[in-house]
Design a protein around this ligand. Structure first.
Ligand code: FMN
Ligand code: SF4
Length: 130
């Protein structure tokens, strides 16, 4: 992420209203849907798309052409495989009570980790990023 992008994210993402709405499922899908009506290029929907069923509905209802995942993949990089293979009960979900640890670190340009990761994975990640 560029320095300008980081600053913009820090200012905008952590506004109380934005932070609150970012916890709602599919928080920006309606925006993707509105953009899609106006353009002829592919549109990606992102923002708390946390289940395969919800992702499928966004695509089926024509609100977007692609699904973007950030925190979902950060908490569980195997999310796509688990959804595809019908193992959704094994997904490690991003925690709604989390204080956006990963996003705060990313916007500060620091090494990010997920609070849902096991200790060993956090240590491994830290070693690789030093
Ligand atoms: C590890 C991580 C890296 C991110 N990097 C970027 C980025 O480079 N640019 C950006 O616009 N947003 C970035 N974001 C913010 C996502 O765009 C934001 O979380 C978005 O709402 C996606 O929704 P989701 O996290 O619920 O999947 C990042 C988020 C995380 C967790
Ligand atoms: S650090 Fe927190 S907000 Fe980020 S993916 Fe993990 S649980 Fe979700």
């Amino acid at each position: 992420m560029s320095e300008t992008g980081r600053k913009a994210c820090t200012h905008l993402f952590f506004l109380p209203d934005v932070l609150q709405s970012s916890r709602k499922e599919g928080t920006m899908v309606h925006l993707a849907g509105a953009v899609k009506k106006e353009v002829e290029i592919r549109v990606i929907a992102a923002g708390r798309i946390a289940t395969g069923a919800f992702a499928q509905r966004v695509l089926t209802e024509g609100k977007a052409d692609l699904i973007g995942l950030a925190r979902v993949l950060w908490a569980d990089p195997e999310w796509p495989a688990k959804v595809r293979e019908g193992r959704e009960n094994e997904i490690i979900h991003c925690c709604l009570d989390c204080d956006e640890t990963c996003t705060k670190l990313v916007t500060k340009g620091k090494v990010a980790f997920c609070v849902r990761w096991p200790h060993e994975k956090r240590m491994d990640w830290k070693d690789k990023m030093v």
